[in-house]
Design a protein around this ligand. Sequence first.
Ligand code: SAH
Length: 358
Amino acid sequence: MDKATILRWLRETDAARLEELWQRADATRRAEVGDAVQLRGLVEFSNVCVRQCTYCGLRAGNRGVTRYTMTADEIMGCAREAVRLGFGTVVLQSGENPSCTAAWLAGVIRSIKAETSLAVTLSVGERDRAELAAWRTAGADRYLLRFETSNRQLYDRIHPGLPGQFSDRLAILRQLRDLGYEVGSGVMVGLPGQTYDDLAEDLLWFGRLGLDMIGIGPYIPHPDTPLGQEALGGAAAGAEQVPASELMTYKMVALARLMCPGANLPSTTALATLNKASGRELGLSRGANILMPNLTPTRYRAAYEIYPSKVCITETAEICHGCMMRRLQSIHRSVGTGRGDAPAYHRRQHPVNERTAS
Ligand code: SAH
């Protein structure tokens, strides 16, 4: 798809034409990754963060956060819960916390891999190549690192580097690929200053990077962050400003499916936060094929406040799981079994088998 076509869809307002986009994305999803929805258990194991991202409630400068880091035993307990609930993957996510050393996290990964057959996904921010390599050696399968926006000026404004360092997430994504990880990235939709052209470029980058996983969610202003104050304060928006809306997020999910047909795409929690009744289901009907039920112990959930009004912060893992199952049944989608590796990744790893098979 060329940029002009992408831009046309991003600006489309006619409901009947948009129905065509939803149907194309849904048909592509069905043909490429099937009807089964994979469940990834999310463990938000630490909200300690040294970064100052202006959009995120966990930024170091936010003094109002009660900080926590789960123990290796507590994380292992969540992994056992994932197995009990029939999940194929556990996602370990945190702020950028250097006191979670490479050796410590490698130990956690090794324990999970020794005791379970879960795939392990990491989402712990920007770390050195040596650390990424150590975790891969310990058995980590996948890594999520959103580039957040492909507009470099906007990125620098919302995601300052550590003192004296340049934050280059695209370079890290290439390292992850070299190390043999299944690679996931993604963006937020509706950041103050983000234009239609920026979103079109984001989609072209998804294609260029050949991503295995793509997470897309609306930007949700957090009142205790600099960007949130700007957004909530009603800063003057340019004519090209994209809305941080549910509709714009569905368009991005649908177009991401068309750009990267064999990728795994979650219907995200941020989307469900905008539409609690049916956001998850609509995401799954417009290109997405993954859900990420929260496995974080209930007592920690409220403190992992990357944005406000996050859904599912008082429930237990069991209740989240039941809720997801009911939602899937309502749209006649089945639950995936096994690890749910991305077909795109599989094709890259086994090009010969692919040729023999066809
Ligand atoms: N520290 C890790 C994990 C961050 S949380 C990292 O930086 O990769 C995962 C994602 O949540 C982020 O990549 C960002 O896209 C999203 N996020 C953070 N704050 C948000 C907000 N206010 N609204 C919507 N999404 C947000």
